[in-house]
Design a protein around this ligand. Structure first.
Ligand SMILES: [Zn+2]
Length: 433
């Protein structure tokens, strides 16, 4: 019997047999309730299948969750257009002619992920067509109360590019990330909605969301490796108060200990060209490196303590930042500059700096000037401003978030996804979550 791959299925195509595992089952919400399934094949590709809700008894008798089948007799049509869990140009329609022949195939994956990047997420804001899967490393994990007493789980993740994103798990899903999940853990989350809170992108749980923590699945191995290789940064504090630069100046006149965190919508007006824009430290002891010349006059780095080291390049950019209320001097360290430019300091030095004059500002670095971003800053008690991270301002950012009145920190969430009426038919959380 001829069979085909899930990824080759197109709308209106005459169906060939597929060999799949049934990963999920749920009743869809929206204009019309449908019985939905998620199938995955041996190649790890997934597709949704739908049937009529009144046929649920029939399908419950022939389809067991997590089991494998050879399936034929379905119809290939267009994708579902509301809260689809996979990005596939087709979906399957199951009727009385659809036949499920049980098979045993341990090589078909038991989980399915289609991780979105930070860049794709921006295009999905408040668009309920397609749900979003995401993987990241935990920066911070805590519970928060809403103004009406609901307990939400807030987990801040860092993605493979070092970008920071917050996940909000609504009460019915807040148990999916436990209190024991901590900084450095890797979280895979599925079927979330991209929304915004306080001018920042976030992912909200939906009734279909599942979570796995620190899995060692082959599908996630590459992601996990890249995430573990990232320098562990301090959370930039996405819910720090958003203030103007004038507010910052006023704040710096008050006495306080240590440093305080804020966010500002501001842009780099100027980079001080007379100051070095990076420094180089030892990969082993993190101390300053020195340059030496080899016999041919080529320069290389040495450490006073260690041999066999590699130079670790770090941004340290002195700049003037500005907004409508004024300007201030600030220093951008490694994480914030990398987030702003999407390029590591090492690549900036080795690919874009003038070889003859490495301290001169590369043109690419100057491209950081002029674009307004959300700057996550720490105000030191000597009045210095350190920019710890930079994130995008979403297009729909409201002016409320720039309010510099003494607001409370009460969390007021955006409107939740409507809860399904038939919760007993909800998909069970995936194994291991
Ligand atoms: Zn060293």
């Amino acid at each position: 019997m001829a069979s085909q791959r899930i990824r080759d299925i197109t709308q209106r195509k005459k169906p060939l047999t597929i060999e799949i595992r049934v990963l999920r089952k749920w009743i869809s919400k929206g204009k019309k309730e449908e019985l939905c399934y998620l199938f995955v094949d041996i190649h790890g590709d997934a597709i949704e299948a739908t049937a009529e809700v009144q046929d649920i008894e029939h399908f419950d008798s022939v389809i067991k969750l997590e089991s494998c089948y050879k399936v034929d007799g379905f119809i290939c049509c267009g994708p579902r257009t509301y809260m689809a869990t996979v990005n596939h140009p087709a979906s399957l329609v199951l009727g009385q002619k659809a036949k499920f022949h049980p098979v045993t195939n341990p090589n078909i994956p038991t989980l399915y992920f289609n991780f979105a990047t930070y860049e794709t997420i921006k295009t999905r804001i408040k668009d309920a067509k397609l749900l979003t899967d995401y993987i990241g490393r935990v920066l911070k994990n805590c519970m928060r109360s809403t103004s009406n007493g609901k307990q939400l789980r807030k987990t801040r993740l860092q993605d493979e590019m070092g970008k920071e994103l917050e996940i909000t798990l609504w009460p019915e899903k807040s148990h999916l990330i436990g209190e024991e999940v901590t900084t450095g853990d890797i979280v895979d989350i599925t079927s979330t909605m991209v929304t915004e809170y306080n001018g920042l992108l976030q992912l909200e749980s939906t009734y279909l969301t599942t979570v796995t923590v620190n899995t060692d699945l082959p599908q996630t191995a590459d992601h996990v490796e890249r995430l573990k290789a990232l320098p562990l940064m301090q959370s930039s504090g996405m819910h720090d108060k958003t203030v103007t630069l004038l507010d910052l100046k006023l704040n710096s006149q008050h006495n306080f200990q240590g440093s305080r965190n804020f966010t500002c919508k501001a842009f780099i007006k100027q980079i001080q060209e007379d100051r070095s824009w990076y420094y180089v430290i030892c990969s082993k002891c993190s101390r300053k490196l020195y340059q030496q010349e080899d016999d041919d006059g080529a320069l290389y780095y040495v450490c006073k303590n260690d041999d066999d080291i590699s130079p670790d390049f770090r941004y340290s950019v002195n700049a003037t930042i500005a907004d409508a209320t004024g300007s201030a001097d600030a220093i951008f360290f490694n994480e914030s500059m990398q987030a702003l430019l999407n390029i590591s300091c090492k690549d900036m030095v080795t690919r874009h700096a003038d070889k003859a004059c490495p301290k001169a500002l590369p043109d690419l670095l100057k491209s950081a000037i002029g674009t307004t971003k959300l700057l996550h800053v720490a105000l030191k008690n000597d009045g210095k401003i350190v920019v710890n991270n930079v994130s995008e301002i979403t297009s729909t950012t409201s002016n409320e978030s720039t309010s510099h009145t003494q607001g409370t920190s009460t969390f007021t969430p955006t409107t939740p996804i409507p809860k399904p009426a038939t919760s007993k038919r909800q998909l069970e959380d995936s194994p291991g979550s």
